[in-house]
Ligand binder design. Sequence first.
Ligand SMILES: NC(=O)c1ccc[n+]([C@@H]2O[C@H](COP(=O)([O-])OP(=O)(O)OC[C@H]3O[C@@H](n4cnc5c(N)ncnc54)[C@H](O)[C@@H]3O)[C@@H](O)[C@H]2O)c1
Length: 242
Amino acid sequence: MTGSASGIGAATVMALAAAGYHTVGLDLNADGAQRVAMQAELEHPGTRHDAVLCDVADEAQVVAAFRKAHAFLGSLDALVTSAGVVDTTPFMDISVEQFRRIHDVNVVGTWLCMREAARVMKPGATICAVASIAGLRGGGLSGTAAYASSKGGVIALAKNAARVLAAQGIRVNTVSPGATDTPMIAQPLSNPAHRQRIENLAAQQRIGRAEEIASGIVYLLSAQASFTHGANLVIDGGIVMP
Ligand SMILES: NC(=O)c1ccc[n+]([C@@H]2O[C@H](COP(=O)([O-])OP(=O)(O)OC[C@H]3O[C@@H](n4cnc5c(N)ncnc54)[C@H](O)[C@@H]3O)[C@@H](O)[C@H]2O)c1
């Protein structure tokens, strides 16, 4: 599990623990990830959880973190990639360095984690990447060019992984959340006019909760989704309706 310290990742650790999974969270925020791991153990006795400091954009750190995770878990049945960064810089103003960093974390980081997971996964294992409806709509909520293009990249990357890793018996899917109440978009949503505009885009006229994304992720990982492969589950209260 990447990005487990906060938001959708933290909610997913709790939902996975409730479903009986043991987890290891990889995050730049090691203290936050450790707190979530401890909370999962407290609330779901009998399940084991750990956290590892890792920048998912750094190959050596990802390789080392997956070794630790595999040693802790004994086997790797599932991977969720939720680590991600948003950018709200206008199209004409973003620097090349900023643009590259967003793609490094969101796209290269997701691929590195899929690759390291696939090295040790056995047939029946499954992967769920967290993309975004920004990748389908070209942004238009809070994220701008770098974010939208990176999330489009995550959707295509996961489809390619679904094609390639099927031969190993690994299922791969994505979820594409709409606006979800997490620290990631707290700053843009603190502007009441922006918040109202985002809420009005959704048929349900509201912003989602992290738990509502986590439940979709747990479903895609489960045996109930055994024939769901290369799919992109949009969870957005009715914005895109693809
Ligand atoms: N919140 C939304 O509205 C929304 C909508 C669509 C998609 N998403 C996606 O959902 C995922 C989770 O976002 P969230 O809303 O929970 O945000 P969040 O900021 O609450 O959580 C993101 C987590 O990723 C971690 N992280 C960031 N860069 C990292 C790196 N380089 N290496 C390791 N960890 C790193 C952060 O420390 C944090 O714990 C992201 O991929 C995001 O793009 C969020």
